[in-house]
Write a protein that binds this ligand. Structure first.
Ligand code: ZN
Length: 110
């Protein structure tokens, strides 16, 4: 598989069949549907004091992760955003990268 690295990009995109229209790439790892964690755990409300949970939805730079990354549904993503903002207000979560460095809430890389 790695021996033919230098082929044209078309051949890598569509390994078999006519390359008129690029077919959908086959799913290698099976369909891993992202499920909203809150829906899965049947959590209705979200507490701003629940930092351990909120932390998963905040990047290491202190930003709220987008839905496409978290996989949260719209309702819960809104709750997350509100809870994170409340937690920030109480200095439980950082606002900016500077705060991350000062407070050391997240282990900064490099
Ligand atoms: Zn949900």
């Amino acid at each position: 598989m790695a021996s033919e690295e230098r082929t044209t990009p078309e051949s890598t995109a569509a390994p078999s069949g006519p390359s008129e229209r690029p077919a959908r790439p086959p799913r290698r790892f099976g369909s891993r549907r992202k499920v909203c964690r809150f829906c899965a755990d049947h959590i209705r409300g979200l507490d701003y004091k629940d930092i351990g949970r909120l932390r998963m939805y905040v990047s290491e730079r202190g930003k709220i992760e987008p839905r496409r990354k978290t996989g949260a549904c719209l309702r819960h993503q809104r709750l997350v955003a509100t809870a994170v903002k409340r937690a920030r207000h109480l200095a439980l979560l950082p606002y900016t990268l500077q705060h991350v460095r000062q407070t050391g809430v997240f282990p900064t890389r490099g």
